[in-house]
Design a protein around this ligand. Structure first.
Ligand code: ADP
Ligand code: MG
Length: 262
């Protein structure tokens, strides 16, 4: 039986330099996996290449979601297939309000699934707008994002923590099947960390796979992983249970280099 989300012997290059050097990972529905690793080990490269970022060249390997290869798909096709990435460094999109951004994303995915274009189809437009607004208000409340943010341009002038909450708001609105969260904890104080984690935990469930990428163990106190993988120099060098994250917290990454890589 193949797993719900599978990465097989993935190799990724940036500007001709190999960064991901043969990475394997399999995540089932309902599972939360964490990838931890020192800075520069290739965690963001992995996340960005999963989503189809054009600067990252996949030279070999396979990525399957529900048994289907996603590598030939464009980023929006991957999103429609149920893949979601919360960026380590979310982009600002001046001129596009958070409301319109999220509505376009939700509509685009619906259109791919049903063929219905809520922007054009007058019959569904009014109801879908009402439903969308209601859901958005609800989700913003959970993530403690002030209503006024809906009218602001995406991430423009948002603090680090506000950007991360806006990423999780996207997750909440899009309801992906497989969510990859790249350093969603960076730049968050403890209260924001709790809010963001609660938001993720609320949506992670038996029908969703989650891959949490983080440098620090702290986030994993809130989003509890079933499996922890350690990534060094473009490969997963060891995997284990949550205790692995605690060992890293106590001992840093040196023991990985000494015990595992030697
Ligand atoms: P991590 O997220 O684990 O800290 P990254 O994936 O960001 O690691 O980076 C892995 C390596 O790839 C680093 O050596 C980094 O300098 C390099 N790298 C990442 N993105 C780019 C890019 N756009 N252009 C050139 N090198 C890059
Ligand atoms: Mg990174």
């Amino acid at each position: 039986m193949s797993k719900f989300f599978e990465i097989k012997d993935l190799h990724v290059e940036i500007d001709g330099k190999e960064i991901i050097k043969g990475l394997d990972l399999a995540i089932d529905k309902g599972e939360v996996h964490a990838i931890m690793g020192p800075n520069g080990s290739g965690k963001s490269t992995l996340a960005n290449s999963l989503m189809g970022h054009p600067s990252y060249k996949i030279t070999s390997g396979e990525v399957l979601l529900n048994g289907e290869s996603i590598l030939e798909k464009t980023a929006d096709e991957r999103a429609a297939a149920g893949l979601f990435l919360a960026f380590q460094y979310p982009h600002e999109i001046p001129g596009v309000t958070l409301f319109n951004f999220l509505r376009s994303a939700v509509n685009a995915i619906r259109k791919r699934h049903t063929g219905i274009d809520a922007d054009k189809d007058k019959k569904v437009a009014a109801t879908s707008l009402r439903e969308f607004s209601k859901k958005l208000t609800e989700k913003m409340k959970v993530l403690q994002i002030d209503e006024s943010f809906a009218k602001r341009y995406v991430n423009e002038g948002f603090s680090g923590g506000e950007k991360k909450r806006a990423e999780i708001l996207q997750l909440a609105m899009l309801e992906p099947q497989m969510a990859v969260l790249d350093e969603t904890d960076s730049g968050l104080d403890i209260d924001a960390l709790r809010i963001v984690s609660d938001g993720v935990n609320l949506h992670a469930g038996p029908n969703m796979g989650v891959l949490v990428i983080t440098h620090y163990q702290r986030l994993l106190n809130y989003i509890k992983p079933h499996v922890v993988h350690i990534m060094v120099d473009g490969r997963i060098v060891t995997s284990g249970g949550p205790e692995l994250a605690l060992k890293l917290e106590e001992q840093g990454y040196d023991w990985v280099r000494e015990e595992i890589l030697e």
